[in-house]
Design a protein around this ligand. Sequence first.
Ligand code: BES
Ligand code: MN
Ligand code: ZN
Length: 498
Amino acid sequence: MKITIADAKLPKSGALVVGVLKGGKLPATAKALDKASKGAISKAIKASRFEGGKGQWLDVLAPAGIGADRVLLGGLGEAKKIDRLLLENVGGSAWQRLGNCGLKSIAIACDPVAGAKIDLAEGAASIAFGARLASYRFDKYRTTLKAKDKPSVTALSVLVDGPAAARKHFKALDAVADGVFMTRDLVSEPANVLYPDSMAQQCKTLSKLGVKVEVLNEARMAKLGMGALLGVGQGSPRESRMVVMSWQGAAAKTQPVAFVGKGVTFDTGGISLKPGPGMEMMKWDMGGAGTVIGLMKALAGRKAKVNAIGVVGLVENMPDGNAQRPGDIVTSMSGQTIEILNTDAEGRLVLADALWYTQKRFKPQFMVNLATLTGAMIIALGHENAGLFSNNDKLAQQLHDAGQEMDEGVWRLPLSAAYDKKINCAIADMKNIGGRDAGSITAAQFLQRFVNKVPWAHLDIAGVAWADQGKPTVPKGGAGWGVRLLDQLVAKHYEVGK
Ligand code: BES
Ligand code: MN
Ligand code: ZN
C-alpha cells in the first residue's frame, strides 16, 4: 500500500477519515464537512452513541454535498490527551476499518487541535506510521485468496497543512516500519523455509542499506570454541550460523551499542522433546534474532547516528542420533563448562556464546539481548509485557521508559546470588536448568554468567513475539515486538549529535 502525506485539500472520492473531539466538538475538517453536507455529520452523531471518545468510531455513508464516498468519524477524546501513540492508533484503526471497505483510497485529515501534546507535523507522521504498521499482511502462502479477501485500498494519504515537515518525520518512521515488517516476516516464516543458513541470507539483504554482514559457519565457530551454541545445533542436518551485522552511523572510534538475539529457527526441545500440541509455535523461537535483524534494518534505514552491532545465533534444535543428550557436558567459548540437563533449555546455550563473543570482540557501551527464552515468562507476565533483567539500573530504566513510550512494555524482575546458586552443578561449572521455581530468573542468571562488567539487559520476549490478539498497529501474528522500543532507546540516548 502506498502512503503519502499531502496538502490539506479534501478528496473528491474514496473514504475520508476525520477526527472528532470528546463531547462531539468538531475540528476544522469535520466542521467543513458538516457545513457542506448541510449538517449530515452532526445529525449522524446525534443519531448514534458516538461522542468523540477515544476509540469510538462512526461511519457516515454517502453524505450528500461532499466529494468523499464515505466519511469515518474517529473519536480523539480530550484535546489535551492527544499524543503520538493515540494518533498511531487512530491511523492503525482507520486502516483496519477501511482497508477492505471496497473503495480504493483513504484520506485521513489531520487538523490542528489546540492543547494537543504533539505538534501538527509529528501528528500527521504518526497517523501515517500507524496506518502503515496496521497494513502489514503475511499472505504469501495463500494462493487461492480472492480479490475480496484482500485490501481494496491501494493508496492512503494523510492530509495536513505544511506536508513537507510531516514528510520529513515520516521518512524516519517509514524506515522503522520497514524494520518492523522484516521482523514480522521472519517470525512468520515456517521453519522449512527459514533455517539458520536461509536466515543468514536474509541478514545479507541489509548490506544494500550499508550494513556490514559477516556470517560465521560451524567450522569458524568451532575454532572460536563455541561449544554451547554448536551443541544445540548438532542434532540438525542444517548447519548452525552466527551472523554479525554492523552499522556505522557515527565516527569509527565511537564505542558501539550491541544487540544480541536468540535465533532458534525451530525448537523441538531436542532429545528432551516437547509435547506435540502447540509445537508449531516454535517456528517463532527465532523471534529475538528477528527483532535484532529488524532493528538493524530500521537503524540503517533511517541512517541513525550510532554505531550498532547486531549478533544473532542461529540454530535448529532437533532430536536425532547425533543430537546432544541430557547429561552431556559442553565447553562454552568463555571456557565455562555446562552440564545439559534438559536439551529444551537451549536458548541460553546459544546466547552464552553469542554474548561472550559480542562483548569480547566489540567491547560495547551496552549489550541488550532478546530471546523467546522461557515459557515461565508467559506465566508471569502474560502477553502484556516482556520480562526485563539487567545488571545496570540506568539501562533498565531507559528500556522501561522507551517501552512505555512505544507501547512495548517491559517489566523488571530480580537477579541475585540466591537465584544464581540454583544453577550450580556438581560435575561442571553450571547446569542449564535451575528447576521449576523462578524459571525465567534462573535462565537470566545463566545468561549473566556470560556477561562481564558491561551494562547488560536481557529481554525475555516469549510472551510478546507473537500476537494471538491484534492491536490497532499490530495485526495478529508475528508482532515485530521490540524494534520500536530499541530504536527509541537508541534515538533518545545513544545517537551522537542529538
Ligand atoms: N523456546 C522455549 C521457550 C518458549 C516456550 C517460548 C513457549 C515461547 C513459548 C525455550 O527454549 C524452552 O523450551 N524453555 C523451557 C525451559 C525449561 C526446559 C527449563 C521452558 O520454558 O519450558
Ligand atoms: Mn527449548
Ligand atoms: Zn527455545
